[in-house]
Design a protein around this ligand. Structure first.
Ligand code: NAP
Length: 246
């Protein structure tokens, strides 16, 4: 499904990003595994892909850094000759109630999640326009669509990603580039591990499928949107939440 494609997955050292990198590689893509601090864990992702006969390389870069992202994109194109698929997955949380939230915690989350997404699209779009081909998939969240107490920074960043997705889809559609967003509900990763068990149970009770999500549930949708099977789908926000938001 993705044979011959060059894909970049940001924040692929663990969680949804790791599973997405593995899934894209399983469908035939060569995957660049981006990470910020966790080099060893990114290398673990690459090793998992190589063990199953796939192709992967690692690239450390803070997506919140405009210049560093520009350099990363240039080096990917120099090394691989193309960039076909961009998955903007890197994300952080710094939860807290609005009345107590510091400016720093607000800025950090928006800088990584929202500006990071902008930086990656900004610096890969020219290459995709030149190719007349591109697939961009952004990780939003149901929280960006519906809001969540204790997450004004995170939900602002994820709502902003919806806006970027729709606007970029309108700008880039005529060049053969699709831009979509995936909005996961509650997926079991290190990001959600810290939540107390009783809170997880309360969330599960609100989910129609009566279970928390798996990284595979998200990664398969990302792979579909990154493929030619989804060539006529753009500007969409698709929830992967087991029915949590209905
Ligand atoms: P996770 O387990 O915490 O992993 C986050 C990944 O992002 C790590 O690989 C981390 O790499 C990377 N990262 C963080 N800051 C970065 C930066 N500045 N530059 C580059 N990479 C950076 O998170 P997850 O649960 O898999 O979530 C992945 C995405 O899905 C996020 O955008 C998240 O908001 C979204 N999402 C998750 C859920 C959920 O329930 N888990 C729900 C909705 C949406 P390093 O360790 O190397 O920094």
């Amino acid at each position: 499904m993705l044979t011959g494609k060059i894909a970049l997955v940001t924040g692929a050292s663990r969680g949804i990003g790791r599973q997405t990198a593995i899934t894209l590689a399983r469908y035939g893509a060569t995957v660049v595994i981006n990470y910020n601090g966790a080099k060893e864990r990114a290398e673990e992702t690459a090793a998992l892909i190589q063990e199953m006969g796939g192709r992967a390389v690692c690239y450390g870069c803070n997506v919140a850094d405009y210049k560093a992202v520009e350099t990363m994109m240039k080096e990917i194109v120099t090394q691989h000759g193309a960039l076909d698929i961009l998955v903007n997955n890197a994300g952080v949380t710094k939860d807290g109630l609005l009345l107590k939230m510091s400016e720093e915690d607000y800025d950090t989350v928006v800088d990584v999640n929202l500006k990071g997404t902008f930086h990656c699209i900004r610096h890969s779009a020219r290459q995709m326009v030149k190719q007349r081909y591109g697939r961009i998939v952004n990780l939003s969240s149901v929280v960006g669509v519906y809001g969540n107490a204790g997450q004004v920074n995170y939900s602002a960043s994820k709502a902003g990603i919806v806006g970027i997705t729709k606007s970029a889809a309108k700008e880039l559609g005529s060049r053969g580039i699709t831009v979509n967003a995936v909005a996961p509900g509650f997926i079991v990763t290190e990001m959600t591990d810290a939540m107390p068990e009783d809170a997880k149970k309360q969330v599960t009770d609100r989910i129609a499928m009566k279970r928390l999500g798996r990284t595979e549930d998200v990664a398969e949708l990302v792979a579909f949107l990154a493929s030619d099977l989804a060539a006529y789908i753009t500007g969409q926000v698709i929830c992967v939440d087991g029915g949590m938001s209905i």
